[in-house]
Design a protein around this ligand. Sequence first.
Ligand SMILES: [Zn+2]
Length: 384
Amino acid sequence: MNTTQTTQTRPQLETLACVNERCESYGQVGRHNLTIRKIYGKDQIRYLRCRCCGAEFSERKQTALWNTKVAEEKAVSVAEHLAEGCSLKATARLAKVHPSVVTRLNRKVGRHAEAFHDERVQGVKVVALEADERHGYAQDKSQSQWEAEVIDPMSKFVIAHVQGQRDEALIRRLLEDTAKRLAHRQQLVLFTDGEASYASLFPEIFGTAYQPSRQGGRGRFPNVRYRIPRTLAHVQIVKRREGQRVVEVALRYVHGSMRCVQRVLEQLGYTTPNTSAIERRNGTARRMNAHQVRRSLAFSRRDDTKVALGWWGLTVYNWSRPHRSLRLPLAQAYGKKSSNHALRRWRWVWLTTSGQSGIFCSLRSSCPQVRDNLMSLPNSAVCK
Ligand SMILES: [Zn+2]
């Protein structure tokens, strides 16, 4: 039996942990407490034993593939197709599995994606956030189910994702979920659209609560109010449309000072407040999710199918997809064209401390606001 082949695609034993909650090594990796008891099934799954508590369990226990009857290759293929925007039926045809397998796996990977996000996305440091909502349908074409998200425009990392009716409760869930994942919730600028709930909820969720003193010594205390620290601000970008076209963009500095907003814009490399990062994310999310495609019969029959697909797409976007507009230093020249200096407008070259040249590359966009976004530098040292 060839055991080395299976372990190549599976995590190393040292990165796994005991799943027995009563064990002293529960959930702790790198304790060298796991041994391989046997290898079973067509996929050669490792059956593990914990030396501390004696528990025996499959390496798939508590993973998205736990209890999956189809071959691992097919299950992975289903998940990949779903994240590429294939519909559930199309995925079933392409991966050659029964449609019920796709429905079940979609729900499982979605649940795991949400749990993974919840565990990993904690104490995030940001200088700015952009929030927006995407329209979609669940059950039938008359029932809207919106996806609302908050993104960090600097790293293009999506911090929060919620789904439901587009109302105050949805925006509250979105902002509260965002706030609890941040390292410093009072040192940022939030850019949103003109939705009124953002403006009304922002002080309560991000500001500092205080009790105003009552007039005289009797009667009930006034309602709690909220103070906005100097390092916190909220800007609304209100677009007026005539038909499909945006004819006017108005800026509302709703909370916080303009100086704070200006400082953050400089850090981001933007000239004006905008929501370009989340709008690009909207486009990507629509391509990655069959239930979010515009002008089609792309609704999901069940709410939870759409929620799961949303979470799965988000997790793939956050953790598995390189973002083209994030410029990364390359080890060597980038392709044949790079030898022609005349064509190098899209490359940034500077000398690093070690004397080697580092390259940031990015494509220019014709839209000035998007270009601002693309050309924003990860840190000010690069400009020197
Ligand atoms: Zn154990």
